[in-house]
Design a protein around this ligand. Structure first.
Ligand code: FAD
Ligand code: UDP
Length: 389
């Protein structure tokens, strides 16, 4: 009886979505005395970072390759409460007209794709005009004052970015926010490695396990296979939960257009088809991820066992790959990427205005904020939001 009374008096909160954003929010609220109910449409927590060990013993990431990297120590420290890590330096190769070279495009790529004399000349110009160890977005190099830098920028634009970006987004690089291609800058260095953050680790038992640990708290109840929008209704700017006015915090990490029943039209997302293949061989390709920059309808192939080889966790003689085929996000597709073009962002702002009028509705995450963010940023944003409550 006492327990029931105690829980009745507790503050409550609802979290929509048990991806990384919702799970971080739920955990912090729970630790601050809230009784939190988390609704998750899918049959397991994890959101797009969901992974599982398949029948071959390989840790497979169901919604595409997820590599953790951050320079934000507070994010790393927070997540470290829920997982051990192993160091992992992610390497990507690009298939450029049949040759496999390091991506981001670097000095090794230059020497593998240009003849020695021209590669030496361009390297010298890059070192003097851009600087050793510098990383620069391709779009900013295209208008460089030096013709050799412009020549290189045009080559990289045409062969690394143009086709890949058209496949991925349906737009040319310059039609998207400049930050999209700036995520993979040209690197005036011989060092390989897709990321340059201070902390580059993978969770020892995978992201799902980390997220389940985060949600394991006496104040958190997770309802999987439950669409929150079957329980939540908006009327006169108020939230109703199961028919009753609900004035405690609702942290929403789903699509904002869906929350408002698409009344202002659909927000533009890109979706993906993942096609998985299993091979009876130890290794399928020479890097964990190979991008297809100049050919194929898919953007990249990920070979999952290479993500865990550093901790010796992969079986021999069998390997699993996935190919990613981008496509527009139709009604039953998963919305993976908000499309960073002005018309879509303007429409998002109209939805945001409506959301801002509901005092106990809080938005976070890649879908609800319509922001192309990595996991570390998703964690930081969710933590900041609920710490302010
Ligand atoms: P999501 O993971 O999308 O979670 C949202 C959750 O809400 C989902 O589980 C969904 O089912 C649930 N939901 C939505 N609506 C409802 C509803 N009405 N009721 C109940 N539940 C609902 N980041 C990195 O840092 N490194 C990477 O290498 C990386 N690779 C990526 C590769 C791909 C292909 C993609 C798509 C993303 C990648 N990311 C990567 C980004 C990363 O996935 C996100 O930053 C992070 O997972 C965002 O988490 P989230 O909780 O905001 O969203
Ligand atoms: N990109 C590209 N070629 C590459 C790698 C990236 O054109 O070889 C562009 C493309 O537009 C892509 C963006 O840079 O969507 C960001 O790449 P990233 O690898 O960060 O994409 P994500 O892993 O988020 O899908």
């Amino acid at each position: 009886m006492q327990n029931i009374e105690k829980s009745k008096n507790k503050k409550t909160a609802v979290v929509v979505g048990a991806g990384l954003s919702g799970s971080v929010a739920a955990r912090i609220l729970a630790e601050n005395g809230y009784n939190v109910t988390v609704y998750e449409k899918r049959d397991a927590p994890g959101g797009n970072a969901y992974d599982y060990v398949d029948e071959n013993g390989i840790l497979v990431q169901k919604y595409g390759p997820h590599i953790f990297h951050t320079s934000d120590k507070s994010v790393f420290d927070f997540l470290s409460r829920f997982t051990d890590w192993f160091p992992y330096n992610h390497k990507v190769k690009g298939n450029i007209n049949g040759k496999l070279v390091p991506i981001p495009f670097n000095l090794t790529s230059l020497h593998e794709l240009f003849n020695k004399t021209r590669a030496d000349e361009i390297e010298n110009v890059l070192l003097s005009e851009v600087g050793a160890e510098k990383k620069v977005p391709v779009l900013s190099l295209k208008d460089h004052k030096n013709p050799a830098v412009r020549e290189l920028a045009k080559y990289v634009y045409d062969n690394v970015f143009y086709k890949y970006t058209l496949k991925q987004w349906g737009f040319k690089p310059e039609e998207l926010g400049g930050f999209v291609t700036a995520r993979v800058p040209v690197s005036v260095s011989y060092k390989d490695g897709y990321f340059s953050d201070e902390y580059q680790f993978q969770p020892t038992s995978g992201f799902t396990s980390m997220i389940i640990n985060m949600l394991s708290h006496e104040n958190i109840t997770v309802k999987t296979e439950t669409d929150a929008l079957g329980h939540i209704m908006i009327s006169d700017g108020k939230i109703y939960l199961d028919g009753e006015i609900y004035s405690s915090p609702v942290i929403y990490t789903g699509r904002l257009d869906e929350f408002f029943n698409f009344e202002l039209g659909k927000l533009d997302f890109r979706s993906l088809d993942f096609r998985s293949e299993t091979y009876k061989t130890d290794s399928y390709q020479p890097a964990a991820v190979v991008n297809y920059n100049t050919s194929e309808d898919y953007t990249r192939i990920s070979e999952f066992k290479k993500f865990t080889m550093e901790q010796n966790a992969a079986p021999k003689d069998i390997t699993v790959i996935i190919k990613e085929y981008p496509k527009p996000c139709e009604d039953n597709d998963v919305p993976y990427y908000p499309v960073p073009v002005k018309a879509a962002e303007d429409k998002y702002l109209l939805y945001k205005e409506k959301a801002d009028k509901i005092p106990n509705l809080y938005l976070t995450g890649r879908l609800a904020l319509y922001k192309y963010v990595n996991m570390d940023k998703a964690v930081a944003m969710a933590a900041e939001l609920v710490e302010d409550l």
